[in-house]
Ligand binder design. Structure first.
Ligand code: NDP
Length: 287
């Protein structure tokens, strides 16, 4: 499953919608990214997000703060961005330095500009099946599954990893009654696994679709996969051999019906769905 190609296709769709929106409203959607410290991986992620913004016609701002920034200084910047008329989406690049309380900072973002869908108000709306914004990585997974013709309704999906960013919201999207792609892309029966799960290998082997979001290179091995199953690899792990996912790719490829690679799988879709949310935020504020 080629995440890069699907992502490009979605970006073309978003660019067309952005152009229509700008023409009708006179407003250019704008994403403000906040980066604290100088973590090289975070800098690469933020640069990449700006490049994709440019590609789809979304304006972007970069607020780079030194590692010595205090929590109060960061909260003051967020308060400014919350009220800035020309900013529609706010992205706080994680991880934040240890002296800053991440939850407190994420909670301070105006829920109407919370394009990562991390704010409790937005998480609550997703859990009730009436989302304002969709979480970017899980939404990207749902898009790739549906655009590859994989019907999720009634299927057994096993998600490994229960983080607030990937695993939990993924379970909410797949158990919902409907989705941005229609009911066939949701309505799954979901098993959400984590480090205390017993008989994990057997649970994975019973899955029609496995979604791995663990952060351990090669964790999902061929003996855990049912022949013909769909395997989605969300993991991004840096090893001596370069970037790799949570799935032992070559052997699992032999067994799976469909599989996403790392890199070139879910990563590009995550950034693309952030653009989708920024356009949605601009529409919301301009209503
Ligand atoms: P977290 O570290 O927040 O969560 C990892 C989850 O995996 C936890 O729920 C943990 O269980 C579970 N886990 C860890 N070890 C095991 C084990 N041995 N058996 C079963 N479950 C286990 O990670 P994230 O969700 O933030 O990220 C997961 C991966 O996805 C990372 O590699 C990250 O880089 C990548 N990622 C990729 C994105 C993309 O765009 N492609 C976006 C976001 C993340 P427990 O809760 O019990 O500790």
């Amino acid at each position: 499953m080629d995440g890069k190609a699907i992502s490009k296709k979605i970006q073309i769709e978003i660019a067309q919608e952005v152009s229509q929106f700008v023409e009708q409203s006179g407003v250019t959607p704008c994403l403000a990214a906040v980066l604290v410290g100088d973590d090289p991986a975070s800098e690469v992620y933020v640069r990449n997000k700006h490049r994709v913004c440019e590609r789809v016609g979304i304006a972007s701002q970069m607020h780079k703060l030194p590692v010595s920034t205090s929590e109060d200084e960061l909260l003051a910047l967020i308060a400014e961005l919350n009220t800035a008329k020309d900013v529609h989406g706010i992205l706080i690049q994680l991880p934040l330095p240890d002296n800053i309380d991440t939850l407190q900072v994420l909670d301070a973002v105006d829920p109407q500009k919370d394009v990562d869908a991390f704010h409790p108000e937005n998480v609550g709306l997703i859990s009730q099946g009436r989302p304002r914004f969709l979480p970017c990585t899980p939404h990207g997974v749902q898009q790739i599954l549906d655009r590859c013709g994989i019907e999720m309704s009634g299927k057994h999906a096993v998600i490994v990893g229960r983080s607030d960013i990937v695993g939990k919201p993924m379970a909410m999207l797949l158990t919902a009654r409907d989705s941005t792609r229609g009911p066939q892309a949701a309505n799954a029966t979901v098993t959400l696994c984590h480090s205390r799960t017993q008989n994990l290998a057997a649970i994975c082997k019973s899955a029609d679709v496995i979604i791995a979001a663990i952060g351990v290179a090669g964790f999902i091995t061929a003996d855990m996969v049912k022949p013909g199953a769909v395997v989605i690899d969300v993991g991004i792990n840096r090893t001596d051999q370069g970037l790799c996912g949570d799935v032992d790719f070559e052997p699992v490829c032999e067994i799976a019906g469909h599989i996403t690679p790392v890199p070139g799988g879910i990563g590009p879709l995550t950034v693309t769905m952030l653009m989708y949310n920024t356009l949605a935020a601009a529409k919301l504020i301009s209503e």
